[in-house]
Ligand binder design. Structure first.
Ligand code: HEM
Length: 235
C-alpha cells in the first residue's frame, strides 16, 4: 500500500484515542499489518495441517477431529470468531486506505502517478483480495459445509479432499487461487514487516528473503495436494 495518503485524523478533545487511531492512515496500516500477521500464521498452520493428507486417512481425519474437539468444541468457535474479525478488519483497512489514497490525488494525475509509484505486486493486491474472498467462500462451501462438493461425507476429511480434487477443474481453480494467494502473501508479508518496524532500507534484503520463504512454502505446500491427487500419488 502506498504511503502518499494525507493523514487527516488530527487528535481532537471530542475524539477518543481509539477513534483517532482507527481514523488515521497510520492506524489503518497497523490494523492491516496486525490482522495480516494473524492471517499469515493461519495459512501457514493450515498448510501444515493439510500436508497430513500424505500420512493417510487416519492421520488427517484424526487431526481434524482433534481440532474440532478441543476445549469441548469451544476452541474452534473462538478461533473462527478471531479469524472472522481479522478478515473483516483487514478488508476494511485495505479498502479505506485504497479509497483514501485515490481521493488524495488529483484527477488525471492519479492514474499515471499510481502506476509509477506502485509495483506490479502492490497493484495485484487490489484484485487479488476480492479473488481470495471468492475463493474462501467457495472453499468453505466445498470442504467445510459440503454444498459445493459432489461427494461430501461429514467427518471424512480425507475422502472429501481426494474426491474433491479428483475433479480437474476444481483442482485447477485451487491452483489458480494459490498463485493469487502467493502474489498477495509476497507483497503483504513484505509491507507488513515494514509497517511493524523493519522499515530501514538495510532490512530490505531480510524482508525480501522472509517474504519469498513464506510465499513459496505456503503456495508449493498447498499446490502439491491437488497435484498429488490428480497424478494419483495420493488416492
Ligand atoms: C490446497 C489448499 C487447501 C486445502 C487442501 C484445504 C483444505 C481444507 C479442508 C479439508 C478444510 C475442512 C477441514 C475440516 O472440516 O475439518 C478446510 C477448511 C478451511 N480452510 Fe482450507 N484448504 C486449503 C487452502 C486454504 C487457504 C489458502 C485458505 C485461506 C486463505 C483456507 C481457509 C480455510 C478456512 C477458513 C477453513 C474453515 C476452518 C473452520 O472450520 O473454521 N484454506 N480447508
Amino acid at each position: 500500500m502506498e504511503s502518499s495518503t494525507v493523514d487527516v485524523a488530527l487528535p481532537s478533545p471530542r475524539r477518543g484515542i481509539v477513534a483517532t487511531f482507527f481514523a488515521s492512515t497510520v492506524g489503518k496500516k497497523v490494523v492491516m499489518a496486525v490482522t495480516g500477521v494473524l492471517l499469515v500464521l493461519f495459512v501457514i498452520g493450515h498448510m501444515v495441517g493439510n500436508l497430513q493428507v500424505y500420512l493417510g486417512p487416519d492421520a488427517l481425519n484424526h487431526y481434524a477431529e482433534l481440532l474440532r474437539g478441543l476445549l469441548h468444541g469451544g476452541f474452534i468457535w473462538v478461533f473462527r470468531g478471531v479469524m472472522l474479525a481479522a478478515v473483516v478488519l483487514h478488508v476494511w483497512s485495505a479498502t479505506a486506505l485504497t479509497l483514501g489514497s485515490w481521493a488524495a490525488r488529483p484527477i488525471g494525475y492519479r492514474r499515471r502517478q499510481e502506476y509509477a509509484e506502485s509495483t506490479y505486486a502492490s497493484r495485484t493486491m487490489r484484485w487479488g483480495g476480492p479473488i481470495l474472498a471468492i475463493f474462501i467462500v467457495y472453499h468453505l462451501l466445498h470442504f467445510t459445509t459440503g454444498q459445493a462438493h459432489g461427494d461430501f461425507v461429514v467427518g471424512d476429511v480425507y475422502h472429501n479432499v481426494i474426491s474433491g480434487f479428483s475433479v480437474w477443474w476444481v483442482s485447477a481453480f485451487y491452483i489458480f487461487a494459490m498463485a493469487v494467494l502467493g502474489l498477495h502473501l509476497w507483497h503483504g508479508v513484505w509491507s507488513m514487516m515494514q509497517t511493524l518496524g523493519l522499515s530501514h532500507p538495510s532490512y530490505n534484503r531480510l524482508r525480501t528473503v522472509i517474504a519469498w520463504l513464506v510465499t513459496l512454502v505456503v503456495v508449493l505446500g498447498n499446490i502439491s495436494i491437488p497435484v498429488a491427487v490428480l497424478t494419483g500419488f495420493v488416492s
